[in-house]
Ligand binder design. Structure first.
Ligand code: FE
Length: 334
């Protein structure tokens, strides 16, 4: 009897997300003062931030750029050996770009692109956050004091990436990085892959790939930050509104992922979600849940319909160009 290949368990979690912004000062205000993240370091054109519950020194890197969009997306390996294994696998797949020296809070990393062109890397050495005295928590197991500033997001959670074609990216994460497929939206009798939700750990998803209606490549739909409960999502809606930040959608609940969502744009233009609810996936033999057009509906479990912008806008924004939106059915990427 031939045994199935052992599942790869080499990627621990989403470690750091870089967002590009043409409005760095305003974006910093949004993440630090409105969402309540902590600014820990500034270097060159970048600012490094963290949520109060993140164990790492920094989990969000904001970099000044000509236009908004995703920068480098970083995955932490479970061990130095796992890092070497994944680097070799990615190299064999032809998507490797070689090793880079560390940056603030992190050791060396192996750089690559996913098939759609999103920049990524994988690393192991991570500097744990050491809170300065005024930010030290009285809870020994909390990396930093809960300041209660703004929406007070706890940690980074996931990304939704737009891709010209979902399947090659989904397969790449499954095969080369050991991600598990959690849910899928398949239209036209299962022949058109509209979206796939994947994770390497117990979180429902750390990344979603969603078909880009503009047929562009390398774009971001949204970056998501976690709060501990749905009341905190409602509170975040009040805080965003008090600060003049436009809310695009929510608070409401998705059917897929069971996520309780709130979407706004940071001043640079990237869509950001404040998120709670959802569910953990404990089963090692999880069977992906598949939704067709009818079951999927508009992707909203209850609450108002998602606006047109939610279906079409991503960063970098390609609406100004003459790329026509594809006539794919209405879908809801999150
Ligand atoms: Fe999301």
């Amino acid at each position: 009897m031939v045994e199935a290949a052992e599942t790869v368990r080499d990627v621990a979690h989403l470690g750091r997300v870089e967002l590009l912004t043409p409005e760095p000062a305003k974006s910093l205000w949004y993440f630090r003062d409105v969402l309540g993240m902590e600014l820990v370091h500034e270097e060159g054109a970048s600012a490094y931030l963290r949520g109060y519950g993140d164990y790492a020194a920094a989990t969000l890197k904001l970099s000044a750029a000509r236009q908004a969009g995703p920068g480098r997306i970083s995955w932490r390996a479970v061990s130095p050996q796992a890092l070497e294994r994944r680097a070799r696998a990615i190299e064999r797949a032809g998507l490797g770009q070689g090793w880079s020296e560390g940056e603030f809070g992190r050791g060396r990393a192996y750089r690559f692109r996913d098939p759609d062109g999103h920049l990524m890397d994988i690393y192991y050495d991570e500097q744990r956050y050491r809170a300065p005295d005024h930010l030290r928590s009285t809870l020994k197991n909390l990396p930093m004091k809960y300041t209660g500033r703004g929406a007070a997001v706890r940690r980074i959670d996931h990304l939704a990436l737009l891709a010209k074609e979902v399947a090659p990216n989904r397969r790449f994460l499954q095969q080369e990085l050991g991600f598990g497929l959690r849910e899928q939206v398949l239209f036209e009798r299962g022949t058109v892959e509209i979206g796939s939700w994947l994770s390497s750990n117990l979180l429902h998803h750390q990344v979603a790939y969603v078909k880009d209606v503009h047929a562009a490549s390398g774009r971001l739909h949204h970056f998501s930050l976690w709060v501990d409960n749905r009341e905190d999502v409602l509170r975040a809606a009040d805080i965003l509104t008090e600060n003049g930040v436009f809310i695009e959608a929510g608070p409401s609940k998705h059917n897929n992922s069971q996520g309780f969502y709130l979407y706004s744009y940071e001043p640079g233009g990237n869509r950001v979600e404040v998120y709670s609810g959802s569910y953990l996936v404990l089963a090692p033999d999880w069977e992906p849940v598949t939704w067709n057009e009818e079951e999927r509906g508009t992707g909203v479990y209850w609450g108002g319909a998602l606006p047109e912008s939610f279906l079409k806008y991503g960063t970098p924004d390609v609406a100004a160009s003459n790329v026509p939106a594809q006539s794919v059915s209405v879908f809801d990427p999150y």
